[in-house]
Design a binder for this molecule. Structure first.
Ligand code: SF4
Length: 709
C-alpha cells in the first residue's frame, strides 16, 4: 500500500515543497513538486527529485561513535553515554576556562527548532554567544545590509514579485544553477512577456548570464563603482522618486553628493565596462515600472559585502522601488533554513527574534522570556565561523560542536581549518553520514535524523515557513537535532529544556518573536500542518504577509530607510607576478555544498563528475594548457590539482573553481585550499569570491597538491 507525504526540500533556499510517494516497504518511491505550493508551483529540480537515493546509504550513521585511539578508530557507544560525555566535557571546560571556551557551529540545514535549542543552551544556559552558522559564509553580508539599510534583516519581497517585474537585475547570482526552480519561474515570466528585461551582473558568463538580455561582465569586486555610477546617471537624468526619497528615506543629500562626484570614467576603469553599457542599464532602470533585484554570493562573499548590499539597496530607494508589487531587493538564500536560523538567533551576534546580543534591552527581553537571571546572556557577540576555527587552533576554544555542515570542505583556507580540527581539544560532529571529511576529525560523532525521519520547520528565501513531518522509519538510532541539543541541555540546566516534542520547541520560539520585525507568533504548529505561511504573521488569524514595507514605514527607529554612500575598496588580496590571476568560486547545478548527499546520486555525479578549473583560452594558451589537462592551481595558502576546462565563460585574467569537492573525492582538489579567510569588519563574512592565484600545467616533479601550502 503506497502512502504520500509532503515536505520541504532539504537543499536550497528556494524551499520547494515536495510530494513524496512511499512504497509498501515505506521507502521513497517517487518525488514530485507540489502543484499548489507557492514556492515552486509544481516545479522541481533533479537534486530534489533524486533525494530518495540519499536515504539508505552504506555510510549512514546509525549510532553514536567515540574515537578511542586518537588515530581514527571509532567504537559505537550508547546515546546515554554520548550525551553524558558531551555534557560533562562542556561543564568541565566552562568551569575551568569560562563559557567562551565552548562553541557550536551549525548550518542553514538545521531546522528552526534545532537552532532555537542551540541558542537556549549556549547563549542562555551557558552564557556564551559562541554559536554560529555556515550562513556566516554566505548570507552575513545580506543580513547586515538589510539591517543597516531597511532597519531589519529579512527580504521585503516574495516570489510572486518575479512575475510582476519588468526589469530584473540579477547581481552576483548564478540562479540557473543555484536556485534552478526560481530561475525557471523567471524564464517562464519572460516567455510570457518578452518585454521583460533581465540584466545579469557577473564577472563570469554563467548559464544565468547566457539567458539575460544584458550581461555586464564586470571586473571581480567592482560592484560598488557600477552601482554608484548607475545612481549618478539616474540622479543626473532626474529619474529618481523624489516623493519616496523625501518622505521615506534619510541620507539622500550626502549620498547624491558622493555618487555624483565620481566620474563615469572612473567606473569604467574599475569595472572594465564601457560608459555605453552602464548608461544603457541606467536608462532601463529609469524607464522601468517595477525593478526587482535578485542577488546572492557574488556580492555577499566579500570583505565589503555589506557595503555592496547597501549600494544595491540604495538604487531601490532612489527609484522608490521597494514595498510594492514586483519591486525590491531580494537576497536569495542558499540553504533551506538559512532564514530560520537568522530568525532564531543562530548567528554569533544575534538572539531569537532578530534581536542583537550587544543590545542590552534585547538581552533583557530574552533573559526574561527564558527565566534567566539578569546578565546571564553575554553582552558581546560570540565567535563567528572563521574566528571559531582560529580559536580552536589556538586552543582558546576547547570544545567545538559541529552540526549539519562539513567545514573540512567549506571553510576558507582549508589547511588552517583542518589544522584546527586535528588539534582541537574536543571536537563533536553531528551528521547523518560517517565518515565525512569533517567527522574523521571528531572525538565524538552523533547520528542525526535526516530529512523525512524527523519533523521540523524551515523558512525559505521569501520568508515562507514550511513544516515538514516525519514520514520515514529511521535507519538505526538517529535523533532529531533539537532533541540532541535539548538532552545535553537537560544535563546542564534541566529547567530550561522541558520540551516533549518539536511542537513544544516551536511554540516557545514563536512566542519569543512577538512584537519583533520577524513576528511569527501567529504561526501555530496546527496552522503550519495545514500549509506554509509567510511571516510577519503576528496573530493566529493573520494570513501571513507577502510583502513587507508596503506602508513605506521601515524598521528603523524613525521609519525611514537609509542611504549609504560607500566608496569602492579593492579586494583585500591583490594579484602580482607570482599569482597573476583572480580566482572566484561557486556552484554547479548537480551538486549541493560538499556533496555529502549529491555525491551519492549516480545521475548527478554523471552530470558533474569531477572538480575542474574554468580558464580563458588566452590564459590557457599562454601556459601551454589544453582542454582536459591536469593543472595545478596555487594561491598564497595552498595548491590543488584539477582538470582544465578552457573557454570564454570567464574573462582573461580570471578563473573559476566550483567548491563542492573535498578530500573524500580526491586529496588536494578542494577549492578552499586556495581561498582567502580574511573577513568583513561587520559581517565577518570571508572573501571567497576573490583571491590571487597562478595556474600551471601539471607535470611530474611539481609538489604534491595536498602537501603544499
Ligand atoms: S530548486 Fe532547490 S529547493 Fe527546489 S528542488 Fe531544487 S534543490 Fe530543492
Amino acid at each position: 500500500m503506497t502512502r504520500t507525504a509532503s515536505a520541504a526540500c532539504p537543499y536550497c533556499g528556494v524551499g520547494c515543497q515536495l510530494d513524496v510517494t512511499l512504497n509498501d516497504s515505506g521507502r521513497v518511491a517517487a518525488i514530485r513538486g507540489n502543484a499548489t505550493a507557492e514556492a515552486n508551483l509544481g516545479r522541481i529540480c533533479p537534486k530534489g527529485a533524486l533525494l530518495g537515493e540519499t536515504i539508505n546509504t552504506k555510510d549512514r550513521l546509525t549510532t553514536p561513535l567515540l574515537r578511542v585511539d586518537g588515530g581514527g578508530v571509532f567504537v559505537p557507544i550508547s546515546w546515554d553515554s554520548a550525551l553524558d560525555l558531551l555534557a560533562g566535557k562542556i561543564k568541565e571546560f566552562v568551569a575551568e576556562s569560562g563559557p567562551d571556551s565552548v562553541g557550536f557551529y551549525g548550518s542553514g540545514q538545521l531546522d528552526t527548532e534545532a537552532w532555537y535549542a542551540a541558542g537556549k543552551l549556549f547563549k542562555g544556559a551557558l552564557g556564551t554567544n559562541n554559536t554560529d552558522s555556515n550562513s556566516r559564509l554566505c548570507m552575513a553580508s545580506a543580513v547586515a545590509g538589510y539591517r543597516t539599510s531597511l532597519g531589519s534583516d529579512g527580504p521585503p519581497v516574495c516570489y510572486d514579485d518575479i512575475d510582476l517585474a519588468d526589469v530584473v537585475l540579477v547581481v552576483g547570482s548564478n540562479m540557473a544553477e543555484a536556485h534552478p526552480v526560481l530561475f525557471d519561474r523567471l524564464k517562464a515570466h519572460k516567455r510570457r512577456d518578452p518585454g521583460v528585461t533581465v540584466i545579469v551582473v557577473d564577472p563570469r558568463r554563467t548559464p544565468t548570464a547566457d539567458f539575460a538580455d544584458i550581461h555586464l561582465q564586470l571586473t571581480p569586486g567592482s560592484d560598488i563603482p557600477l552601482l554608484n555610477a548607475l545612481a549618478s546617471l539616474l540622479i543626473a537624468a532626474e529619474a529618481v522618486d523624489y516623493d519616496f526619497i523625501e518622505q521615506h528615506s534619510s541620507g539622500y543629500e550626502a549620498y547624491r553628493d558622493f555618487v555624483t562626484s565620481e566620474p563615469l570614467a572612473e567606473a569604467e576603469r574599475l569595472t572594465g565596462l564601457t560608459a555605453a553599457q552602464i548608461e544603457a542599464v541606467a536608462k532601463l532602470l529609469a524607464g522601468a515600472t517595477n525593478v526587482l533585484s535578485l542577488y546572492c554570493m557574488g556580492i555577499n562573499q566579500s570583505t565589503f559585502g555589506m557595503w555592496k548590499n547597501n549600494s544595491l539597496i540604495n538604487l531601490h530607494l532612489l527609484l522608490g522601488q521597494v514595498g510594492k508589487p514586483g519591486a525590491g531587493p531580494f537576497s536569495l538564500t542558499g540553504q533551506p533554513n538559512a532564514m530560520g536560523g537568522r530568525e532564531s538567533g543562530a548567528l554569533a551576534h544575534m538572539l531569537p527574534g532578530y534581536r542583537l546580543a550587544e543590545d542590552a534591552s534585547h538581552r533583557a527581553e530574552v533573559e526574561a522570556s527564558w527565566g534567566l537571571p539578569a546578565g546571564r546572556i553575554a553582552p558581546k557577540s560570540g565567535l563567528t565561523a572563521v574566528e571559531m576555527f582560529r580559536a580552536l587552533e589556538r586552543g582558546t576554544l576547547r570544545l567545538l560542536w559541529i552540526a549539519a555542515t562539513n567545514p573540512a570542505v567549506s571553510m576558507p583556507d582549508l589547511h588552517q581549518a583542518k589544522r584546527a580540527l586535528a588539534g582541537g581539544e574536543f571536537v563533536v560532529v553531528q551528521d547523518i553520514y560517517h565518515p565525512t571529511e569533517t567527522s574523521q576529525f571528531a572525538d565524538l560523532v552523533l547520528p542525526a535524523a535526516q530529512w523525512g525521519e524527523k519533523d521540523g520547520t524551515s523558512t525559505n528565501s521569501e520568508r515562507m515557513m514550511t513544516y515538514s513531518p516525519a514520514f520515514l522509519e529511521p535507519t538505526g538510532q538517529p535523533r532529531p537535532d533539537w532533541w540532541i541539543l535539548a538532552e545535553v541541555g537537560r544535563r546542564i540546566a534541566p529547567e530550561l529544556f522541558p520540551w516533549q516534542d518539536s511542537g513544544e520547541v516551536w511554540d516557545e520560539f514563536r512566542g519569543i518573536t512577538a512584537g519583533r520585525p520577524c513576528d511569527l507568533s501567529g504561526a501555530t504548529r496546527a496552522r503550519l500542518e495545514t500549509g506554509p505561511l509567510q511571516w510577519p504573521c503576528p496573530t493566529e488569524e493573520h494570513p501571513g504577509m507577502k510583502r513587507r514595507y508596503e506602508d513605506q514605514v521601515f524598521a528603523t527607529p524613525d521609519g525611514r530607510a537609509r542611504f549609504h554612500p560607500w566608496p569602492y575598496r579593492p579586494p583585500r588580496e591583490q594579484t602580482d607576478h607570482e599569482f597573476p590571476l583572480i580566482l572566484t568560486t561557486g556552484r554547479v547545478a548537480s551538486h549541493w555544498h560538499s556533496r555529502t548527499r549529491t555525491g551519492k546520486v549516480a545521475k548527478l555525479v554523471k552530470q558533474d563528475p569531477e572538480p575542474f578549473v574554468e580558464i580563458h583560452a588566452v590564459d590557457a594558451s599562454a601556459r601551454g594548457i589544453h582542454e582536459g589537462d591536469l593543472v595545478h592551481v596555487s594561491s598564497r595558502r595552498g595548491v590543488v590539482k584539477v582538470r582544465a576546462r578552457i573557454g570564454t565563460a570567464v574573462a582573461p585574467g580570471c578563473i573559476f573553481l566550483p567548491f563542492h569537492w573535498g578530500d573524500s573525492y580526491a586529496k588536494g582538489t578542494a577549492a578552499n585550499y586556495l581561498t582567502n579567510p580574511v573577513i568583513g569588519r561587520i559581517s565577518k563574512e570571508p572573501e571567497f569570491k576573490y583571491c590571487a592565484v597562478q595556474v600551471e600545467r601539471f607535470a611530474m616533479g611539481l609538489p604534491a597538491a595536498d602537501a603544499a601550502g
